[in-house]
Design a protein around this ligand. Structure first.
Ligand SMILES: Cc1cc2nc3c(=O)[nH]c(=O)nc-3n(C[C@H](O)[C@H](O)[C@H](O)COP(=O)(O)OP(=O)(O)OC[C@H]3O[C@@H](n4cnc5c(N)ncnc54)[C@H](O)[C@@H]3O)c2cc1C
Length: 437
C-alpha cells in the first residue's frame, strides 16, 4: 500500500530553480505522498521562468512577464521555501548540510541537483573581452537586447538551434533601429548539422539570407580582436576574413553544470552520473536535467527532462522498497523557434546503407520532406515548410509501426497515410473487424 500522508520531517532541498527544478516542484505538489518540507535554492534572482521562450523574448515577440512559470508568492502559498539569488557552494554529505554563497546553511534529508548547464566556450583568444555574450538566461537576453538596440554589427558563433535563434532574435531586434548587421558563423558545411540533411539546411540558409542574415558555413574561427576601448571590435576567421563586431554571441553548445557534484565528491563524468532512478553515487542525492549524465548521455532539450521528473517524483514519494519504473532513453524531435520558419526533425540526418530514402519537394510552396525507413519503419525524418504532420511521423517512429501498407501515401501527410493504415488493419484476416464481419 502506498502511504497517503507525507512522511513526517523529511526535508527535500532542490538546488536550481530552473526548468527541471521547477517542474519537479509542480509534480511533487500533485502527489499526496510528497516530502513534507521542500526548499528550493536558485542562483538567479528571478523565480523559475520558461527558458525556451528567451528566443521569442529576444526577438521582441513576447513580453518578459509571459515567461514566468510561477512567482514567489505562489511558492509561499504552497508552503515551499524559495531562496533566490544564492548559489549553493558546498555540500557536506556526512552532515547532510549545504552552504550558499551568502553563508546560509541548510540541512537536508534528500537533495536534488538541478543546476542545468553552462554555455560551452571555444578556446579562442579574445573570448573574455567585453561585448562577448552567451545566451542562457534573462540577463543575457537583456544584454543582447541592449546590444541589438545600440550596436551596428553582431557575429553569432554557432549555427545550431541556439545560434540560429540568437541571430534571428538580434536581427529582428536590431531592425528599425540602426539596422544591426548580423553574421552567423557555422563551422560545419550546413546549419543545424545534427538535425538536418543538406537539402533542408540549404533551404533554411537561403530563407535566413533572404531576411538579411549573413550566413557563413565552413567558417573557422581564429580570434576576436579588441578595439581601442578594450571591447571586442572584430572577429577573425582562419581564411583571413575580418568581420567587424561590437557584439559577439557564443552559442556553440552546452556543458553540464556538474561543479557542485564534483566539489561534493559525487561520481561525475561530463555530468553528475545518475542511475535510472536519477540517484547519484550518494543515495541521498539525486540529479536531473542538463546537469546529469545517464548511461553516458547528457541533455539539452526539455522532453527527456520531463520524463526524468516523473521518475524522480515517484522515487521521492514512494518507499525505497516499492518497485517503480526507471528512466529510459527515448529519441527526441527538434523544432526551430524562428518565426516564419517551420522545421521539424528527428533521427539520423544521413541514410545508412540499408535505409530507404523517400523525399518530396515543392519549391513553389517551400515544402520539403524526407523520410528514412528501415524495413518499412521510420527511423528519421526532416520536414521543412509544412511540418504539421511531423508529430504523427514521430509517433509512428517511436511505436515502430510498420508503414508498408501506406507507403504510397507516406509523403502526403498523416491523414492519408493513417487512412491507408486503417484500411489495411480492417482488411487483415486477423483483424477483429474482419472476424466479426
Ligand atoms: C535560448 C534557449 C532556447 C531554448 N529552446 C529550447 C527549445 O526550443 N526546446 C527545448 O526542448 N529546449 C530548449 N532549450 C533548452 C532548455 O531550456 C533546457 O533544456 C532546460 O532549461 C534545462 O533545464 P534545467 O533545469 O536542467 O536547467 P536550467 O533551466 O538552466 O536551470 C538551472 C538553474 O540552476 C541554477 N543554478 C546553477 N548552479 C546553481 C547553484 N550552485 N546553486 C543554485 N542554483 C544554481 C541556474 O542559475 C539555473 O537557474 C533552450 C535553452 C535556451 C537557453
Amino acid at each position: 500500500m502506498r502511504p497517503t500522508q507525507p512522511p513526517t520531517g523529511e526535508r527535500l532541498v532542490i538546488v536550481g530553480n530552473g526548468m527541471a527544478g521547477h517542474r519537479l516542484v509542480e509534480t511533487l505538489l500533485a502527489r499526496p505522498e510528497r516530502p513534507a518540507k521542500i526548499t528550493v535554492i536558485g542562483a538567479e534572482t528571478a523565480p523559475a521562468y520558461n527558458r525556451i521562450l528567451l528566443s521569442p523574448l529576444l526577438a521582441g515577440e513576447m513580453e518578459r512577464d509571459a515567461l514566468t512559470l510561477r512567482n514567489a508568492e505562489w511558492y509561499a502559498e504552497q508552503g515551499i521555501e524559495l531562496v533566490l539569488g544564492e548559489r549553493v557552494e558546498t555540500i557536506d554529505r556526512a552532515a547532510r548540510r549545504l552552504t550558499t554563497d551568502a553563508g546560509r546553511r541548510l540541512g537536508y534529508d534528500r537533495l536534488v541537483l538541478a543546476t542545468g548547464s553552462n554555455p560551452a566556450r571555444p578556446p579562442v583568444p579574445g573570448l573574455e573581452l567585453p561585448g562577448v555574450h552567451v545566451f542562457r538566461d534573462l540577463n543575457d537576453a537583456d544584454a543582447l537586447t541592449r546590444a541589438a538596440e545600440t550596436g551596428r554589427n553582431a557575429v553569432v558563433i554557432g549555427g545550431g538551434l541556439l545560434g540560429l535563434e540568437a541571430a534571428e532574435g538580434l536581427r529582428k531586434r536590431g531592425q528599425g533601429q540602426r539596422g544591426m548587421q548580423v553574421s552567423l558563423l557555422q563551422r560545419d558545411d550546413r546549419l543545424m548539422n545534427r538535425q538536418l540533411d543538406l537539402t533542408a539546411a540549404r533551404l533554411l540558409e537561403s530563407e535566413l539570407r533572404s531576411r538579411g542574415l549573413d550566413v557563413r558555413t565552413g567558417a573557422q574561427l581564429e580570434c576576436l580582436e579588441d578595439g581601442s576601448d578594450g571591447r571586442v571590435c572584430a572577429v577573425h576567421l582562419a581564411d583571413g576574413t575580418r568581420l567587424p563586431a561590437d557584439c559577439v554571441v557564443v552559442a556553440i553548445g552546452i556543458v553540464p553544470n556538474a561543479e557542485l557534484g564534483r566539489i561534493a565528491g559525487l561520481e561525475v563524468n561530463r555530468g553528475v552520473v545518475v542511475d535510472e532512478w536519477l540517484t547519484t553515487s550518494d543515495p541521498a542525492i539525486h540529479a536531473l536535467g542538463e546537469c546529469c549524465e545517464h548511461r553516458g548521455r547528457t541533455y539539452g532539450l526539455v522532453e527527456p527532462i520531463w520524463r526524468q521528473v516523473e521518475v524522480l517524483a515517484d522515487r521521492l514519494c514512494r518507499p525505497a522498497t516499492e518497485r517503480i519504473a526507471g528512466y529510459v532513453e527515448a529519441p527526441s524531435a527538434t523544432k526551430l523557434k524562428v518565426s516564419g520558419v517551420s522545421l521539424y526533425a528527428f533521427g539520423p540526418t544521413e541514410p545508412e546503407a540499408d535505409h530507404e530514402v523517400l523525399s518530396y519537394r515543392d519549391p513553389q510552396q517551400g515544402d520539403y520532406r524526407r523520410l528514412l525507413l528501415r524495413n518499412g519503419r521510420i527511423e528519421g525524418a526532416v520536414f521543412y515548410g509544412d511540418t504539421a504532420a511531423g508529430p504523427w511521423y514521430f509517433e509512428q517512429a517511436l511505436a515502430g509501426t510498420d508503414l508498408s501498407a501506406c507507403r504510397q501515401a507516406l509523403l502526403l501527410g498523416a491523414a492519408d497515410a493513417q487512412a491507408l493504415l486503417d484500411d489495411a488493419a480492417t482488411d487483415s484476416p486477423t483483424s477483429p473487424v474482419k472476424e466479426a464481419a
